[in-house]
Design a protein around this ligand. Structure first.
Ligand code: COA
Length: 162
């Protein structure tokens, strides 16, 4: 049984668990490192939960997918996308992207933005399949300046996520 829902303050343990799992599994895809986040206090984790919209996919109460969205002046930004290896290839990432798209739409945003590493073929294919548009805007990865990431955006129109 799979359930995708937005996290609240009561989900602190599940949040920390899946975020640290993501950072440990594929550190090369993120701009943060597990050691730094593991050192954060409960208050810091709760502040992050409160600041952004975090959605998690639960399979029988076990967190297996994560994504975050943040409202900004130029639209919403999608980040921290991760699906547990054993749960990939079942459309879970698409469900998580759709949560951010719906939240952005409810917020009146016109675009959802994200960065994806140039060499992350699987994630890139996913985003293009879901309608994200490549901008050709490339910049070094925050954790590894020998690699680059591209900015993609998804136009959001009223009713598009329904
Ligand atoms: C990128 C990532 C989030 C994709 O997660 P996912 O849940 O496997 O994504 P999806 O299920 O939507 O799609 C993945 C593949 O499964 C296929 N698929 C989707 N739904 C399916 C279904 N119901 N049945 C069979 N196959 C399916 C898709 O066609 C896709 O195939 P492709 O890679 O050959 O194009 C995941 O691989 C991951 O966490 N990677 C490591 C972290 C990462 O790269 N994050 C992104 C940072 S920008």
């Amino acid at each position: 049984m799979l359930l995708v829902r937005r996290l609240t303050a009561g989900d602190l343990d599940a949040f920390r668990d899946i975020r640290l799992r993501a950072l440990t599994d594929t550190p090369e895809n993120y701009g943060s490192v597990a050691e730094a986040e593991r050192a954060q206090s409960d208050e810091e984790w709760l502040a992050r939960l409160d600041a952004d919209a975090w959605f998690v996919a639960f399979e029988a109460d076990r967190p297996v997918g994560l994504v975050a969205g943040r409202a900004r002046d130029d639209g919403w930004i999608l980040y921290s996308m991760w699906v547990a290896p054993e749960s990939r290839g079942q459309g879970l990432a698409e469900r998580l992207v759709n949560e951010i798209r719906a939240a952005a739409e409810d917020d009146g945003a016109r675009e959802v933005w994200l960065h994806v590493a140039e060499d992350n073929d699987r994630a890139r294919r996913l985003y293009l399949r879901l309608g994200f548009v490549p901008t050709g805007e490339l910049e070094p990865m925050p954790n590894d300046i020998t690699r680059r990431r591209e900015r993609l955006y998804l136009p959001v129109t009223a009713g598009s996520s329904k």
